[in-house]
Design a protein. Structure first.
Length: 304
């Protein structure tokens, strides 16, 4: 066996391991077994981490074509949540600076790497281990959860849920998916269709072009403060645009900050009603095992 064959075989084993280990279930907590990144895991080839001291309310995280990750004015806590596929209520421990300080991060995957959502999250976990010296432990408890299911026995979609077009599926399969709210989301109005690869989750709107139901369930979790498990049985990619009356008063007319880009009309129902009326789905109360993650130690990174 020549060196090329050995390398091809080794890379195949690595990516197969990533596919099995990463995000077994986004909604019930990601694969958190590896506390530190193993040497064989994929890593970013180029990386820049700088603290953002300029202020401002806008923030975003996006994955661009070719595996380039751009983070703007985002707390490290949000990067941890993305990397491990968990919600804020599943994360405890750490210092106040994880939420109070904001960072700009630019990172790029190696040329030719298979850039999937799972692979990007593996690289983010390696970055957190290498540059932030993050160490975590997990605890599993039985807790109240929601199951995302069809509202009707005939499994009919609501008018705001549809299967993604073939062109968008091909684009997403090439690894050009978003990792969060994209910079041009502010130009998308309430009545506009959501472009392929865009995710909007703020104010009183949760919308995406070409996303899985598993990802949608993950977006719902912080709204209801419970893990949401996708039990729709739907595979593939879908377009959805959920508009609802938010709790806690934010996202309403006159709100400040980046949530203004997600404001929609005022005559919308509460979240649980909107899910049923607009998407043809519903949240069904249940009990399930939920992973809670405890930060044992983390350090501020050296900037570059």
């Amino acid at each position: 066996m020549n060196r090329h064959d050995r390398n091809a075989r080794r890379n195949g084993v690595i990516w197969a391991g990533v596919a099995l280990a990463a995000f077994v279930s986004l909604t019930a907590g990601a694969d958190l077994g590896a506390q530190t990144a193993a040497p064989q895991e994929p890593r970013f080839e180029v990386m820049s981490i700088k603290r953002n001291t300029g202020g401002g309310a806008g923030s975003m995280m996006a994955v661009q074509p070719g595996g380039r990750v751009s983070v703007r004015n985002l707390p490290v806590q949000q990067v941890i949540l993305r990397a491990y596929g968990i919600q804020s209520f599943q994360l405890t421990g750490g210092s106040d600076w994880l939420q109070g300080e904001r960072y700009d991060i630019e990172a790029k995957a190696p040329d030719g790497a298979v850039v999937t959502a799972d692979a990007i999250n593996v690289m983010l976990r390696a970055m957190l281990s290498d540059r932030f010296k993050l160490k975590m432990r997990r605890e599993t408890r039985e807790s109240a959860i929601y199951e995302l299911v069809f509202a009707r026995s005939d499994r009919r979609f609501g008018e705001k849920l549809r299967q993604t077009s073939a062109d968008c599926v091909a684009q997403r399969n090439r690894g050009t998916e978003s990792g969060g709210s994209l910079p041009d989301a502010a130009r998308v109005r309430g009545e506009d269709p959501i472009p392929c690869g865009m995710v909007m989750s703020g104010g009183n709107r949760i919308a995406a072009g070409g996303e899985t139901m598993r990802r949608f369930a993950t977006m719902l979790a912080p709204r209801v403060q419970r893990i949401v498990v996708d039990n729709t049985g739907l595979t593939g990619l879908y377009d959805f645009d959920l508009q609802f009356l938010p709790d806690q008063g934010y996202g309403r007319a006159g709100a400040d900050g980046p949530v203004r880009m997600y404001l929609v009309t005022a005559d919308v129902p509460p979240l649980l009603t909107a899910i049923q009326e607009q998407l043809g789905l519903k949240l069904q109360p249940a009990r399930g095992a939920v992973e809670y993650v405890v930060i044992e130690s983390i350090e501020r990174p050296s900037e570059n």
